[in-house]
Each structure stands twice: as C-alpha cells, then as structure tokens.
Ligand binder design. Structure first.
Ligand code: ADP
Length: 159
C-alpha cells in the first residue's frame, strides 16, 4: 500500500490550539501530514515564514509523521509534488463554509485526483482564530489554553 499523505495548508500566523486539534485529527486519517505554510500570502503576516516554520517545528517536530513545509503557487501542484492525495481543512462556523467550498471545488477542478476533507475541531476551539489570538495578545489578554506555550511566549515577547 502506498503511503497516504495529507496536506494541511494555511497561514498559521500563528499556530493555535484549533490548528493543532485539526492536525491531530488529520494524523488519524493519513500516514503522514504535511503542515503546508503558504508563502506568498497577500496579508502581511505578523510572523515571518521562518519564524512560523520554527515555531511549528518546535511544537510538532517530535512526531515523525508530521512534516512542516512552505509552498508558493498552486496548492494542487504542491500536493502533486508531495505525492499527497488529501487536503485537510478545518471548519469552525458556517461562516467558514462558503470560502472553503469555493476553494475545494476549484482545487477539485484543477486536480480531480486530490480530495479535500473537512474536519471539525473540539467545540472549545470553535471561536479560536489566529486573527483573534493576535488581537488579544496585542491588548494584553491571557492566551493560556488558546495557543501552544511556544506560541504564547513569542506573542508575549512581541507585544
Ligand atoms: P487560511 O489563511 O488558509 O484560512 P489559517 O491558518 O487561518 O489559514 O487556517 C488554516 C486552516 O485551519 C483553515 O482550514 C481553517 O479553517 C482551519 N482552522 C483554523 N482555526 C481553526 C479552529 N479553531 N478550528 C477548526 N479549524 C480551524
């Protein structure tokens, strides 16, 4: 049986406990999960690509079934070059759905052999987003339980 590889693409600016929850669920579906950080993000990220890779490595690096890589260009091309047959995305509220559906259908059109699967994180993370976490950090709020300690430390140091 060939190895089943899943990509988990996103900005991860920064990684939250919601992301981690989805990542552990994806691990159960695939032999290997590649956390795939989009390089040419139109949004100006808070953390550089290097910092994001380093942070995620620090958190998941001990797991031989998880890789952390960056990519630019089409996700389906990255899937092809990574021999991935699955794209994993997380769904929080219905508000995520419209954008995710469009993207999944476009990716299917571009590459019918790659399947997108949607996973739901624990309810307690349903309101957790990188954007909100950055906002709370900026305003000095407590991030315990929302992001891994390695991320919390960097956010506290930054603000
Ligand atoms: P993007 O900029 O591509 O949306 P993100 O880093 O914000 O990248 O998110 C990557 C993926 O993780 C997306 O599918 C997003 O919906 C999902 N995700 C982020 N936070 C959560 C969460 N708290 N619960 C479930 N899925 C989440």
């Amino acid at each position: 049986m060939p190895e089943r590889v899943a990509l988990y693409p996103g900005s991860f600016d920064p990684l939250t406990n919601g992301h981690l929850d989805i990542l552990w669920r994806a691990r159960r579906l695939a032999d290997r999960v590649v956390v795939s950080i989009l390089e040419n993000d139109a949004k100006t990220p808070l953390f550089s690509l290097r910092d994001r890779i380093a942070m995620i490595q620090e958190i998941v690096g001990g797991d031989p079934a998880v890789d952390v890589r960056s990519f630019s260009g089409l996700l389906v091309d990255f899937a092809k070059s990574s021999h991935a047959s699955l794209i994993v995305r997380g769904l929080r509220a219905i508000s995520d759905y419209e954008y995710e559906l469009q993207m999944a259908l476009m990716n299917r059109r571009l590459s019918p052999e790659v399947e997108t699967v949607f996973l739901m994180a624990k309810e307690e993370y349903s309101y957790v987003s990188s954007r909100l976490v950055k906002e709370v950090a900026r305003l000095g709020g407590d991030l315990t339980g929302l992001v891994p300690e390695a991320v919390r430390g960097r956010l506290v140091a930054l603000f």
